[in-house]
Design a protein around this ligand. Structure first.
Ligand code: PLP
Length: 380
């Protein structure tokens, strides 16, 4: 029998404390191990120390994979995964609207090793099929996207890839395994920035890759050579965060849905982007492949509302650059030091982000308090 996600969050991967019989995983911070007695050449960069394995097992079970590896950031996971699976002469298809850091990595560094990259603008099967070349090796997607919350049909992508024998990557950061488990649909490698909802408290930087053994094991050599491993202390913190992932995401999903409805009815808001709304263009796809619609939404302020003044009026909701915290945060993708400010010109033309757009990441506060704060800040 498979345990529920709630139970896996709490129990999976926990290290047995044989010294003091504590109920929680002990922290083993050593980077050096007594080689005359150790069974293995344990070393953090080899991704084989106890706390790395404990948190990787929990994430493996939550994503229904066979093997997981943890990294020092989401970008370390993403770059290592791509470099492990692509060779000189290969062609990679990427979806438009992926995280700007991922786009920058692919655009700036993959061509240097002879990997060609194409961006797909649409979300239909033919949009992807039309990009196929004889040397196409992989498809990289992210769903839902940030900040426009576009949803891509994961099963369709897995089918297209299977037809052409391609490796598939998905960035599952926004959804989390509580809302979406892409391996079930045939995706090969699931990637996360654990800096966001998995960490969930705004205080760690980490990444993870999950998949079959045949897709993850080759990456061990690359993390060892490139060095993007995660230290035991942060593994221990991430493991503690994951104990509450399911209940945090349940509250985050609920708050985001209610916020989307509230904003959708507000006269100072001209549009709301959230896959949970029936008006969202891919609501049906989202309903099919997601157990919950996630914590990220975005909305357009009426042109009469000044974007900065609106943020300054907030008393509870925090204007901040990142997302996925216990605190509800928001920002204007064109302001502050968000990833979009650094988005290269080419992708900016590809992503229709308006200056009145606000991206919001729901936290776990009481909805009524969030609602009152937003209503007072939206009053013109
Ligand atoms: C933040 C983020 C990343 C990058 O993660 P880091 O931990 O900052 O390296 C990748 N993908 C998505 C969707 C993100 O939001």
């Amino acid at each position: 029998m498979r345990y529920s996600l709630e139970t896996l969050c709490v129990h999976s991967g926990t290290i047995d404390d044989r010294l003091t019989w504590g109920t929680r995983s002990p922290l083993f911070p050593s980077n050096s191990h007594k080689h005359l007695v150790a069974q293995e050449d344990l070393y953090p960069r080899h991704s084989n120390v106890a706390n790395q394995r404990a948190v990787a097992e929990k994430l493996r079970d939550l994503e229904q994979g066979e093997k997981a590896l943890v990294f020092s950031s989401g970008m370390a996971a993403i770059s290592t995964a791509l470099l492990s699976h692509l060779r000189h002469g290969d062609h990679l298809i990427m979806q438009k609207g992926i995280y700007s850091g991922t786009f920058r990595f692919a655009a700036n560094h993959l061509p240097k090793i002879g990997v060609e990259v194409s961006l797909v603008a649409g979300s239909k099967r033919d949009d992807f099929l039309s990009q196929m070349r004889p040397n196409t090796r992989a498809i990289y997607i992210e769903t839902p996207t940030n900040p426009l919350l576009e949803v891509l049909d994961i099963e369709m992508i897995a089918e297209v890839a299977a037809l052409h024998g391609l490796t598939t990557f998905i960035d599952n950061t926004i959804a989390t395994p509580i809302n979406q488990t892409p391996i079930r649909y045939g995706i090969d490698i699931v990637l996360h920035s654990a800096t966001k909802f998995l960490g969930g408290h705004g205080d760690i930087t980490a990444g993870v890759a999950i998949g079959s053994e045949s897709h993850i094991l080759p990456m061990i050599e690359y993390v060892n050579d490139f060095g993007g491993c995660l230290n035991p202390q942060t593994c221990h913190l991430l493991e503690r965060s994951l104990l509450t992932l399911a209940i945090r995401m349940a509250k985050v999903n609920e708050n985001a849905m209610k916020l989307a409805v509230l904003l959708n009815e507000h006269p100072s808001v001209t549009a709301v982007h959230y896959p949970g709304l029936t008006s969202h263009p891919s609501h049906e796809v989202a309903k099919r492949q997601m157990a919950g619609f996630g914590g990220v939404l975005s909305f357009e302020l009426d042109p009469r509302i000044d974007v900065t003044a609106f943020q300054n009026r907030l008393k509870l909701v925090v204007p901040a650059n990142s997302m996925g915290e216990a605190t509800t945060t928001l920002n204007s993708p064109f302001q502050a030091s968000t990833s979009f400010r650094s988005l290269v010109a080419e992708q900016r033309r590809n992503v229709d982000v308006s200056h009145q757009l606000i991206r919001m990441s729901a936290g776990i506060e009481g909805f009524d308090d969030l609602s009152l704060d937003l209503l007072q800040a939206l009053a013109p």
